[in-house]
Design a protein around this ligand. Structure first.
Ligand code: PAF
Length: 283
């Protein structure tokens, strides 16, 4: 059974002892809970690569906009604890809001350069909330390695930049997106989808496959590929709105000609559910 901590000073003391007395290396998987196979892949990597694995479960209010799903975001700490136990997690950190943002809290971290576009454009303040909580969690846990899914590709890039710019002594380990058999990228938000909506959500993976096939056949023009993907996605009846659909280089700069390793990034609405996903183009 993982040891569960809610207080910062308690987890600090515990990890401090492990770090000093046992010279333990610490792997860290920050999550908002409601764990799925995607989180499990992060945890498995950490358990393999470190002496001690810490998982945090905290639905961070600072990264949700006023009209977003903070209140209905799925939560199930008992189920999450059981999954962590099964995977060999040593320490769980599940702080309260008061613990993370006590009265008088007023310091936020802003990563500039890559947070103004894509998710940043449609979710103003989101990355400020992510960067702030990630930095706080890194300071609390002081991990040697921290694991982030490629599913949230822009978030991964923001965290990498945060670590580089602020010289944080932690290695960021990216882990590939885990997909269901039908291709839908795993996300805690998939529980919002009805069966019919789920069919429309598959348009994303179909569009990626289409673009991958077309590039393998020789099509390199990003605008052509984007237009074709958009047409395919819009043919699914429950896709309500596409926030963005673009192709960038690995550093999120838009490209005109597609090269190996470029990324297709998409955010769209199926009914009332906003889904994001991305695909690494292989040539
Ligand atoms: O990806 C997430 O689940 C969250 O954005 C994170 C990194 C745990 C910060 O709240």
């Amino acid at each position: 059974m993982p040891l569960l901590f809610e207080r910062i000073k308690d987890i600090r003391n515990h990890l401090g002892r492990l770090r000093c007395d046992e010279k333990a290396s610490i792997g860290f998987v920050p999550t908002m809970g409601y764990l799925h196979e995607g989180h499990k892949a992060l945890i498995k990597n950490s358990v393999l690569q470190n002496d001690v694995t810490v998982v945090s479960i905290y639905v961070n209010p600072a990264q949700f906009g006023p009209d977003e799903d903070y209140h209905r975001y799925p939560r199930d700490i008992d189920r999450d604890t059981a999954i962590c136990e099964e995977l060999g997690v040593d320490v769980l950190f599940a702080p309260t809001d008061r613990e993370m943002y006590p009265e008088g809290f007023g310091t936020y971290v802003s990563v500039s350069g890559i947070t103004e576009v894509l998710e940043g454009e449609f979710r103003p303040g989101h990355f400020r909330g992510v960067a702030t909580v990630v930095l706080k969690l890194f300071n609390i846990v002081q991990p040697d390695r921290a694991y982030f899914g490629e599913k949230d590709y822009q978030q991964l890039k923001v965290v990498e930049k945060l670590v580089k710019d602020l010289n944080l002594p932690v290695q960021i380990v990216p882990v590939e997106t885990v997909r269901d058999k039908d291709g839908l990228a795993l996300s805690s938000r998939n529980v919002y989808l009805s069966d019919k909506e789920r069919v429309s959500a598959l348009s994303i993976y179909r569009a990626f496959q289409h673009a991958q096939r077309r590039t393998s056949e020789g099509e390199r023009r990003a605008d052509v590929l984007i237009r074709e993907m958009e047409e395919l996605i819009r043919s699914y009846p429950l896709v309500r709105k596409i926030d963005y659909l673009t192709i960038t280089d690995p550093d999120l700069q838009p490209v005109e000609e597609v090269r190996d390793g470029d990324r297709i990034l998409v955010a769209l609405w199926v009914g009332d559910t906003r889904l994001i996903d991305n695909w690494r183009i292989k040539l």
